[in-house]
Design a protein around this ligand. Structure first.
Ligand code: NDP
Ligand code: 8X3
Length: 254
């Protein structure tokens, strides 16, 4: 992956930061984006000796800001080879009839619309150069339902199907699209979902060996390192400690 320009959204923590670390090799140029600047600056300090780093404070929900960020990239960073559409979040775990509508808006605006904006702004350059790879971070929640997964799972189902439809549009080009669907992984994800409640967040992973951010970064690296004629379409992975349950069946008490 030397001599590649890689744009990572949501690089300030979790999967995105781990991807930055794994791709920071000599010759690579990393564009690291997120809303929080301090963690991006720390990553720049940490990785700046092995990679060229451009940090961009960016809220992916802001369509004009996304456009401005892509259009104003310095020339050395402007030919993006790999876009890792990773920025995203879950908010709340309430059933649909009790969920906060603002949370639903935020998840749709970030996980769906933000990913759309980044893709649409980067894609024309990839098609013009006839090379590139978009890696979308979906989730097992986009394939398998669970109580409280309502809109979060819906946004990730969008990511999965959007990825497939992009492949349909891009047939005949050398632009690849891959969709990664991780299960439970320990990052800041649950802390964000439970709005800063560390105890509730820790409970999600308690007694298990969850996936790590590094596991996902290694998967992304494998996907983008395949020969140019190989397109990994969809890749689902889970911790050994996670699996499916039986159908829920409600029975009236007699
Ligand atoms: P983290 O909370 O650790 O990281 C989420 C990243 O997304 C942060 O860098 C955050 O940066 C960024 N982000 C959130 N909102 C925005 C926004 N509006 N604009 C720009 N960046 C934003 O969680 P993970 O690393 O676990 O999550 C990464 C992706 O993986 C998400 O899409 C998540 O849905 C998905 N995923 C997570 C799983 C898990 O179990 N952890 C499993 C499957 C998928 P900042 O706050 O600085 O903006
Ligand atoms: C994150 C995994 O199971 O918490 O996408 O929805 S899960």
């Amino acid at each position: 992956m030397n001599d590649k320009t890689i744009l990572i959204t949501g690089a300030s923590s979790g999967f995105g930061a781990a991807c930055a670390r794994i791709f920071a090799t000599n010759g690579s140029r990393l564009i690291l984006t997120a809303r929080r600047v301090d963690p991006l600056l720390k990553l720049q300090d940490e990785l700046g000796t092995t990679a060229e780093i451009q940090i961009i404070p960016l809220d992916v929900r802001d369509r004009e800001a996304v456009q401005g960020a892509i259009e104003s990239l310095p020339e050395r960073f402007s030919a993006i080879d790999v876009l890792i559409n990773n920025a995203g979040l879950a908010l709340g775990l309430e059933p649909a009839h009790q969920a906060d509508l603002d949370d639903w808006d935020t998840m749709v605006d970030t996980n769906i619309k933000g990913l759309m904006y980044c893709t649409r702004m980067v894609l024309p350059g990839m098609v013009a150069r006839n090379r590139g790879h978009i890696v979308n971070i979906s989730s097992t929640a986009g394939a398998w339902p669970y109580p409280g997964g309502n809109v979060y799972g819906g946004t990730k189902a969008f990511v999965t199907q959007f990825s497939r439809n992009l492949r349909s549009d891009l047939i005949g080009t050398r632009v690849r699209v891959s969709c990664i669907q991780p299960g439970m992984a320990e990052t800041e994800f649950s802390k964000v979902r439970f709005k800063g409640d560390d105890e509730q967040a820790a409970g999600v992973y308690s007694g298990t060996e969850p996936l790590t951010a590094e596991d996902i970064a290694e998967t992304v690296r494998w996907v983008v390192s395949q020969p140019a004629h190989v397109n990994v379409n969809t890749l689902e992975l889970m911790s050994i400690d996670q699996s499916w349950g039986p159908f829920a069946i409600h029975r009236e008490q007699k």
